[in-house]
Structure formats: C-alpha cells, structure tokens
Design a protein around this ligand. Sequence first.
Ligand code: AMP
Ligand code: MG
Length: 708
Amino acid sequence: MSFDQVIVVDWSAAGSPKLGKDSIWLGHATAAGVSAENIATRRQAETRLSGLIDAALQSEQRLLIAADFAFGAPIGLAQTLTGQPHALALWDWLAARITDTDRNATNYRCIAAQMNGQFSGGGPFWGNGQKDETLGLPRTKPAHPPELAEYRTAELVGRESGLWPKTLWQLAGAGAVGAQSLTGIPMLHRLRARSPGKVAVWPLEPVTHAPIVIAEAYLSLLAPEVRAAIDQGMIQDEAQVNLHATAFYNLSQRGALARLMAPDHPNDTLQGEGWYLGAGAAAAVRAGVETLVPPRLRNDCFAMPQGVAWTPVDAALGRLRSALHPVTGTQTIPLQNALGQVLAVDVTAQRANPPHANSAVDGYGFFHAATGSGICQLPLAQGRAAAGQPFTGTVPNGQAIRILTGAILPQGVDTVVLEEDCAISETAIAFDGPIKPRANTRRAGEDLAQGATALYKGHRLRAPDLALLAATGTAQVQTYRRLRVGVLSTGDEITSHNAASHQIYDANRPMLLALATGWGYDAIDLGHAPDTPTHIRKKLDHAAKTTDVILTSGGASAGDEDHVSRLLSSEGTLSNWRIAMKPGRPLALALWHGIPVLGLPGNPVAALTCALIFARPTLSTLSGAGWVEPQRFTVLAAFSKSKKAGRREYFRARLNADGHAEVFASEGSGRISGLSWATGLVELPDNAVEITPGTPVQYLPYTGMGLT
Ligand code: AMP
Ligand code: MG
C-alpha cells in the first residue's frame, strides 16, 4: 500500500470560525517534505480537501487522507439506526441529517439527542460545551444503554499501548471526539460521493484499487514526539498533523503501511465499527517518524571544566565535539533538489551498477574458452548487441558477435576484442591471441553491488554523489533539513550605512553570512543590535524562533561594554571560554531558549579565525554533517617568528612563488586587508617555536575550510 502523498486532518467541531489551537489543521507530507496549514471553518477545509483530491487525481498520484475522529461507533448503533451493522450505513444516516454552515453553525447536538431517543436511559451520547441546553442530550455521562457496546474494539486494543481513546458517545470535554465524528463523517461522506469509485474509506470498504484512500487516525499515537515538538515552539495541532503525516508517508514509502492496514481482526468488526491506523501498533507508527524534531542540546553542553584559566584549542575543540549533535529534523526530498543537503541515513544501492555485465569497448564478443594463442578466426553470428538494444539470442560457442560499448553481454559472450585489433570480413573476424578471459568487459555490480552502501549518513551531497545515487536507483533521499544560521552584529559603533564619524561599517556580518552560505547553510541576517541588553535580547528572542544556531560578533569578552556575554550569562546558559589562542581569545558559548549561540570576538580578524576554527566544525556537527577538520599542509616558512609557549597562534598567510608560506606584515587584529590578502592561515603550535625561513609550518588553506 504505497502513497505519493499523505494528508493528516486534525478536525474540529468548533461552533464558529477559528484558527490556532484546537482548530482545523492539515499536515501534508510528500516527497518534498511536510508542511501544515490551518483552516478556519469546516466548509473551507472541505473545499481544500476536494481541491487536493482533484489535484492528486489529475497528476495520478495516490493520496492517503487520515482524519482524527472515529469513523464508526461501537457495535449496535448502526444496526439500530439503519438496520445494517455497517459503519458506512451510519455515514449515510448522519450525512442525511447533520447540517453545517460556512460559519461553522451545526446541528450535531440535536441529531445526537435524536439518536439518544432510540435507546434506553438518557444516552448513549452526552456532553454539551454550550450554555444552551439541548433537550435529550445530558451534560454528564448517563448510564450507558446495555443494548450498545461502550467501546469499539480498536479503542480497547489501543489500551495495550497505554492509550485511552475516548468514544464517539462523548461530545464535549478534554479529548472528546464525538462532536468531531458527527461533523466530520458527513464531510468525508461528501468527499467520497464527489469522486465515485475513486475515493475509498479504509477499512469500511476495499481500498486496494482506489487512488484516494481515507482512513481514521488517532493523533495521540505519537504523543512523546509531539511533546518534543511543542517544546520547540510548535503548536500542538501543527506538530500532530506534521508528525503523523510524516510517519504514514515514510511507512508507505518503506512498504510498511500495508501491515498497518491489515489488522488481525474480523472484517465484521473492521467494517462495522471502523479502525484507526496503528491501533495496537503504536511502535510501528513511531518507527515512521524519524527525527522530525531531534533532541535539544543539553544545557551543560558548553560547560568547561572548572578552574581552568586558559583552555588549549584542542581541549576546547574536543569538548565541543563531544557535546554537540545534529539539531535539525529530517525530510524526504527528490534527488534533484538534494545538492548540498546532508544525508540523514545511509543510502544503499537499489540496483547494481552496472546492472548487467556489458562491453567496455566497440568490438566483437565471444566465449573465451573457444579461443587460444596465435591467430584466432571466429565466424560472425547474425545480429549485434548495442547499448539499449540487447541481443536476446545465444551466441554459439566458437562464434563472435558485433558488440558496442555499454551493450549487455549476450548469452554465450564473456570476452570482447577491440575492433581495432581485428581483421574483419563480412562473415568472420580474426585477431592475434591469446586474449585474457573477460577482456574489455565490465562485471555486473563491479562498481557497486545491489544492497551495498552507496553513501553514508552525514555525507553532504555533491554533484558526483547525485550521479552515484541516480545510477543506483535512488530517486529520493532522506536528508537533514538545512541548518539555519543567524548572524547578528553588536556594538554601538557599528552601522551598515551612512556611518557618522564615530561609527564604523559592519564588516563581520557580510563576512559571517557569506561563510555560512558557502558552508551550505541557510544564512539568516539578524541585523545589528546596539550595546543594550534590551536590543540584544529582542534580537536573540526573535532568532531563537527562526534559526537553529546564532553567530554573534562583538561584546563577547568580559569587560564593561561586553553586553552579549553579560546578557547570555544572566539570562542564558553562558560559558565564557578563554581560549589559549591568538587572535580571538574570548569565545562566548551559550544556549538561548535552547538555541546555541556562538559569541565571536568583534575584531574581524579574530572573528574570522574563530569562525574557521570553532564555528565551522560546530555548525557542521549541528547540521548533521559531522565534525570537520581543516585541511592542513606542511610547507616551508618564508618568514621568521619567535613564538612563546602557552597559546596557539594563527597568521594570515599565503604561498609565495616557491610554495613557501609568507605571513601578512601586520598582526593587528583589525587589519581586514590582511584577511583579504591571505589565501589561508599559518598555524603555530601551543608550545614555543622559533621559525626562520625554511622551517616547516602548518598551512591551512581557506579552501580547505570551506571558504569559497
Ligand atoms: P568587541 O569585541 O565588541 O570589543 O569589539 C572589538 C573590536 O572589533 C572593536 O574595535 C569593534 O569596533 C570591532 N568590531 C566589532 N564588531 C564589528 C563589526 N561587525 N565589524 C567591524 N568591526 C567590528
Ligand atoms: Mg563592542
């Protein structure tokens, strides 16, 4: 049971148009990912769903619509009302009676009261969230009529997973579903009637051949995942529809939905009462979720060991490396959109490359055993084998056949001789043997066998990778959503335009935005904040909602005017790292509402160095692509330097005509021209060194740190 699209509907029985929490939400999962939309009225939702159904039919896509209300009632209701024990009979009955307007005014309470009239006692329906009484509809639970079952089988089965779905009977109160069913069933009934034969309701009727399948969902199945998403600031309804749509879509792609759609219960039960997708199989649904919302970073992820005055660069890097993990969710996207995306799972070859043994050259193919040393003459068989035009017969032993590059080796051919090495007549070829067995052929799967891992989780897809995945039959990939990197400049003196004489132009922001873009992230310009806690707080609060990680520059030390670190330490979880490195000692690392903040120094030279050495591997890890090291080459120095022990030093450098590293004349941390002059950095180790021309040093080219 495979679907190209899944829509999950969080329905609402609200009595007036409503958006936001507890209103109607649609979560739509396709190969391009998942998105949610919020709809104010039931009429609008019906129109929207009709449109989505039409679009799916038009594009010949198979669509699953899963809605979160009971599609049937416990045994007895349909029978009493309609004379038939089928949920679809109940659908007809309800659709003929329940009305709704484009302002969400509905008569479902009256119809419930009418149904109550058919049974003993005051029920079975109860609950009324309105001031007005509805005659025949008790506010609190009445004694349940003994002639009706109280629960549906699916509701009881669900309890095994610790879930207690409410029954259709309850029309109001937390978690009640009855009102949604009474208003939702007539809507689905109309969708089904609009496209006869195209829309089928699972499991009330056979769905195998229907392009559009409607099924019942229970949106508490993924409660833990939904809770995690709410912690991330999502609205509950949005999280529910997105997560369930993602799960059903992924299970469908993996061929695992068929199992869920074949519960081990009699057809009478399934068609009489309905069933929700995943009843008694919550774990199976959960397996489809993936890490739509990955765990947050731990609060202490940036903590440094106490009592350490200066942290060596390697210790700081080691600490970061062990504390960080990917923070973005995953998505399934078409291969053609996947350039630069990071794989969230290993990808195996769906098909061998090449799928069949084939010829590597234009020439003549034959069975090797028929040849020997010296001149070999072989009569030519009729026909030829070309790429895309296989020869389907068998080449007799001792004969040769014309074969072209890429052609599948026909039966009877295991070796190919190059046409340039042959004397050729109308009826035969001759060549000078011996020829090696399997010469000029490619084995099936010699590049990659079917089922072999083509690429590993964490790999950032480049052009050749797309070729590899396409060749091995992968059309969609599961990737991490692209990391959103916010960039904020701080400082009273910083501006981007019309600088007054006391101001300077913002150099860091364009640089850091460009770095983030070049590294493959969504760079988000957070602008500039003057040195006041209020302004910085406002920027960070906004950024915490729109980004996955924030880079700030300026104000990161521990001085009077270092407002970023002051704010982060009073309201975030700041760890001020004093790193034994030059330039760029202060590095403020913090979480702001759970979002990591890297406070880089304000000096552009220090900001770039810290970004290359610390931010680059940090962002890479957060993005799912794993820790990265700069590329390093040992080259000879073209300069002299006497360096003391106790800190690592980086110099703006480039290679001269001899391939030796020269360094920028000034070490001034504000000398931006040196950054631009350089093609990389020279790194001198933590200990004392004496460099003279010819001493080997480590050169880290910009290009090896992802600078484009
Ligand atoms: P701070 O880290 O705020 O003490 O700033 C250190 C130095 O870097 C000061 O001279 C700042 O004016 C300068 N600076 C800070 N932010 C920027 C920026 N965005 N562009 C250029 N220079 C900056
Ligand atoms: Mg400043």
